[in-house]
Design a protein around this ligand. Structure first.
Ligand code: 4AD
Ligand code: MG
Length: 430
């Protein structure tokens, strides 16, 4: 008999099928055993009647422990009251393995304990919901850019040069040379747009963030589109369209998972363009009005971002940050060179920055000056300067941190549950 997957069980009503999976939970009521079985796609309640199966099968079912692996055969029928909406009348059961005492039980466990058991914790319904929403965001992102004729260009992970400052670099030895794990694929996307016009990359990025916060991972995934001949305003338009698209896709396709996470849907349904746009200057005024001590010229901390974002019911762009606190490649505003034509997108409900981006410097001499001013090793940026020598054009792009977007859309307070195996300041296990 061929195995079927539980998410397709509705196609096999009243036929004998084989399900292969794990025991989620078990209840007994005298001569009946209720087995909650999951196979990775869904769960089903299996019912074993003592009178309908051999004594061996009943005994095997009775002996199952939580997370035991098994193959069951039975006849599915609709049952509105059962989890998932179907019930399986079990006719036969084969044990693959009786699982040892499972460390994660329905009782409450501490976060450190769960993180130490992350490899098992992933099986829990809440963690599954988060990963399915993450998967939906990735699928929606690829479709969004593919549909708009962006070309996916993979950026290297081992790189000779910093993108986002030298203090968070993970350094490694590269045959007697120094190499760094990529902080961002951006510089390579800038090369690629000169060949393809519109590109994006999606890959892991690395930052040795020395402080412990709920918004930082050492290893995270970033989606980075880059487009030739667009300015900061067009770049923000692309962002609001994109963010709206992924939110709507999750609402359409992952309603069940959002419900498992008890997400407040009103807050997400609201996400539509246009997103409000305020200058850094205005953001400083908001902070001052709310009694925060942050002064012009300082970068925003998580608390500042929350105060600013709380003024709005959808994500808000903050643009024209001080040139001094932003990366070397950002183009200063020609009318006011003390600020750059860059923007951050701050998510509502206290989630803070989910996107950073802006217009890049396109003038070769000025870019070289900035590289020197940031004390970056010129020789490693020669290729990047070349891009400004052979047909330079105005261009812009941005990077969305996938885990920040997942945390916001799922309504999770900490990034550690947004990635299958988080790398945190004090954790590289499992
Ligand atoms: O603002 P960032 O540093 O911008 C860049 O890396 C640009 N080079 C992107 C570009 O223009 N192509 O990072 C972009 C986003 C942030 O807004 C945040 O969502 C996420 O990446 N991010 C992190 N996410 C998790 N953990 C960290 N340590 C992160 N650092 C940045
Ligand atoms: Mg940033």
């Amino acid at each position: 008999m061929k195995g079927v997957y539980l998410n397709k069980i509705g196609n096999y009503l009243d036929q004998e099928v084989e399900i292969r999976g794990w025991l989620y939970n078990k209840r007994s009521s005298g001569r009946i055993l209720f087995l909650l079985i999951r196979d990775g796609t869904a769960v089903i309640q299996g019912v074993v009647f003592k009178n309908d199966v051999t004594p061996e099968v009943f005994e095997a079912a009775r002996s199952l422990t939580q997370e035991s692996s098994l193959i069951v055969r039975g006849i599915p029928k609709e049952e509105k009251r059962a989890p998932g909406g179907y019930e399986l009348s079990v006719t036969d059961l084969e044990i693959v393995q009786i699982a040892a005492e499972y460390p994660i039980t329905p009782k409450e466990h501490g976060v450190e304990y769960l993180m130490n058991h992350r490899h098992l914790w992933l099986r829990s319904s809440k963690q599954r919901a988060v990963m399915l929403i993450r998967n939906e965001i990735i699928k929606a992102s690829r479709e969004f850019y593919d549909d708009r004729d962006f070309v996916l260009i993979d950026a290297p992970i081992l790189t000779p040069a910093a993108v986002e400052g030298t203090t968070t670099l993970f350094e490694t030895d590269y045959f007697d040379e120094k190499a760094y794990l990529s902080q961002s694929g951006q510089l390579y996307m800038e090369a690629a747009i000169m060949a393809f016009g519109k590109v994006y990359c999606f890959g892991p990025t690395f930052r040795a963030e020395k402080s412990k916060t709920r918004r930082h991972l050492m290893e995270f995934w970033m989606i980075e589109p880059e487009v030739a001949f667009i300015d900061m305003d067009e770049n923000m338009e692309l962002q609001e369209e994109y963010v709206t698209y992924i939110v709507q896709r999750v609402l359409e396709n992952r309603a069940e998972e959002l419900q498992v996470l008890e997400r407040d849907l009103d807050k997400l349904e609201n996400i539509r363009p246009p997103f409000p746009r305020i200058s850094y200057d205005r953001a400083i005024e908001i902070l001052r009005d709310k009694g925060a001590a942050t002064e012009w010229g300082q970068d925003f901390g998580g608390a500042d971002e929350t105060i600013i974002a709380n003024e709005f019911d959808r994500p808000v762009f903050v643009h024209r940050y001080p040139t001094e606190i932003k990366a070397f490649y950002m183009k200063p505003d020609p009318l006011r060179p003390e600020v750059v034509l860059g923007s951050d997108l701050l998510a509502p409900e206290g989630y803070g920055e989910i996107i950073g981006g802006g217009e890049r410097i396109s003038d070769p001499e000025f870019l070289l000056e900035r590289i020197r001013r940031h004390s970056l090793p010129e020789e490693n940026y020669a290729w990047y300067l070349d891009l400004r020598k052979y047909g330079t054009v105005p261009h812009s792009g941005f990077g969305m941190g996938l885990e920040r977007a997942v945390a916001w859309i799922c309504g999770l307070p900490h990034l550690r549950e947004t990635i299958p195996f988080p790398r945190l300041i004090n954790r590289i296990y499992p």
